[in-house]
Write a protein that binds this ligand. Structure first.
Ligand code: AMO
Length: 436
């Protein structure tokens, strides 16, 4: 393996020989001196080749360089405050082109998001995109650390299923030998199975699939779902408590590691939320939104996207908070597995988490009493026989439990003040996108 120094580590070295590898971002082939801006996964560096002082073959190699080519350069590192790019440069002594790029770049700085997605591997070379996925790594690592330190077990549920996991709408059907299978819309049933299995507390990070034909900035047909379930809860309040602590741990880790880069590349200071996040029952939230002059138009008791934006604005103004839990959604719009309040069957022990005006998560206490669960399923027009494998989980003993599912790309999008999950998904999947 080439012994190379990452560009970010050069500044700490003394002047002297170094080897760096990366791709060519820019070439300035001037009369007296040639400059190459080289970028690697950690930063950018100026390579310099003064005409009078550099071998002919290197000068020719620089002149022939196409932007995007991957190269290894060896030369003399020199600290020089006049160099705008980090106060260092490397005077070229050898240049090895590992792979030359075609001369025409298919995307430009001002290309639209769809065009950029066509050429995602080139789009991802942007420092902002690179930062997004380093932040994602830090975020997931911090979440895992939070869970592992508290004895949660990591599970991986199957994504091929015999039935729907959320609803019969938005379901991908695939041929499965002589029959049919369905792609998991969420790990819901099988993450709950860990509770009668005696695992206590679990988490999963994995793909979820929704045959959602819409072209919004926050829906994908495949997304990474962050899920957790915990035993022995008293209510959804216990789930929200874990959920908000988890988010704080993730945000703190991202701020500690990437706060300065976020400021430099995205232009704002990341705020770590404080606990507790505000909690507002949905009925109250709708009244608040109405008092702000917006009447949620839906007849079905749900909150619409504008309502979510309005309640988020209210939470920001009133509590100075970017997060808000909306609780106690109507049973009519929640799945059969959400537990209903004992004293009001019309509302569930559930919540949505809104972050900067967009829903990032749904959570609830689950109904674990088999008779009630069957009644709730019937109430929703579901056939208990079709759900028998799931209902079995509740027939042989199960602790009270609850949990949530959260879309990773949505969290990242809102955290970084971006407006489209295409930017925060490594490779986006939508109704018209299966490539690359
Ligand atoms: P829900 O359907 O609300 O709940 O999904 C949970 C979270 O997953 C994300 N999400 C999506 N992200 C991108 N594209 C989509 N098409 C998409 N659909 C959902 C959102 C959403 O808030 N089983 C329950 C969760 C639970 O109760 O544990 C569920 O799946 O961020």
């Amino acid at each position: 393996m080439t012994t190379r120094t990452l560009i970010k580590n050069l500044a700490a070295l003394d002047d002297g020989p170094v080897t760096v590898s990366g791709w060519v971002e820019k070439v300035r082939d001037q009369k007296a001196v040639q400059f190459v801006i080289l970028r690697d996964e950690s930063g950018a560096l100026q390579l310099v080749a003064p005409r009078g002082d550099t071998g002919e073959s290197i000068q020719e190699a620089v002149s022939a360089l196409s932007v995007g080519s991957f190269v290894t350069a060896t030369g003399q590192l020199k600290h020089d405050e006049r160099v705008k790019l980090g106060g260092i440069e490397v005077k070229l002594e050898s240049l090895d082109v590992a792979s030359a790029a075609l001369p025409e770049n298919p995307i430009a700085d001002d290309s639209g998001v769809d065009k950029r997605m066509d050429w995602r591997f080139l789009d991802l070379r942007r420092p902002e995109a690179n930062l997004i996925f380093r932040i994602q790594t830090t975020l997931e690592h911090a979440w895992r650390t939070y869970w592992v330190e508290r004895d949660f077990v990591e599970i991986h549920t199957p994504k091929l299923m015999a039935s729907a996991s959320e609803s019969k709408a938005e379901l991908f059907e695939v041929d499965y030998f002589e029959g049919k299978a369905y792609l998991a819309q969420s790990p819901q049933f099988f993450k709950q199975m860990a509770q009668p299995s005696g695992f206590g507390k679990i988490f999963e990070v994995g793909p979820a699939f929704r045959a959602d034909p819409s072209f919004t900035s926050r829906h994908a047909t495949e997304f990474t779902s962050i899920d957790s379930e915990i035993s022995w809860i008293d209510s959804h309040e216990d789930v929200m408590k874990m959920h908000e602590e988890l988010l704080v741990a993730g945000f703190q880790a991202v701020k500690d590691k990437h706060g300065a880069e976020i400021e430099a590349l995205f232009g704002f200071e990341l705020a770590v939320p404080t606990v507790p996040f505000p909690r507002i029952p949905l009925a109250e939230a709708k009244a608040i939104v109405a008092s702000r002059g917006y009447e949620v138009p839906r007849q079905d008791d749900d909150m619409d996207p504008e309502g979510e934006r309005q309640i988020a604005a209210y939470a920001k103004e009133t509590f100075g908070h970017e997060f808000v839990f909306l609780t106690d959604y109507a049973s009519s719009i929640r799945p059969f597995y959400h537990m209903r309040h004992d004293d009001d069957q019309g509302i569930t022990k559930s919540y949505d988490l809104i972050f900067n005006g967009v829903e990032i998560s749904t959570g609830a206490q689950r109904e674990h009493r088999i008779d009630v669960l069957i009644e709730n399923a019937k109430d929703k027009g579901l056939d208990p026989e079709e759900l028998d494998f799931y209902l079995d989980f509740f027939r042989y003993g199960v602790p009270p439990h609850g949990g949530f599912g959260m879309g990773l790309a949505r969290v990242l999008m809102l955290m970084l003040h971006l407006t489209n999950i295409r930017e925060t998904t490594y490779l986006f999947r939508g109704p018209t996108r299966l490539l690359p």
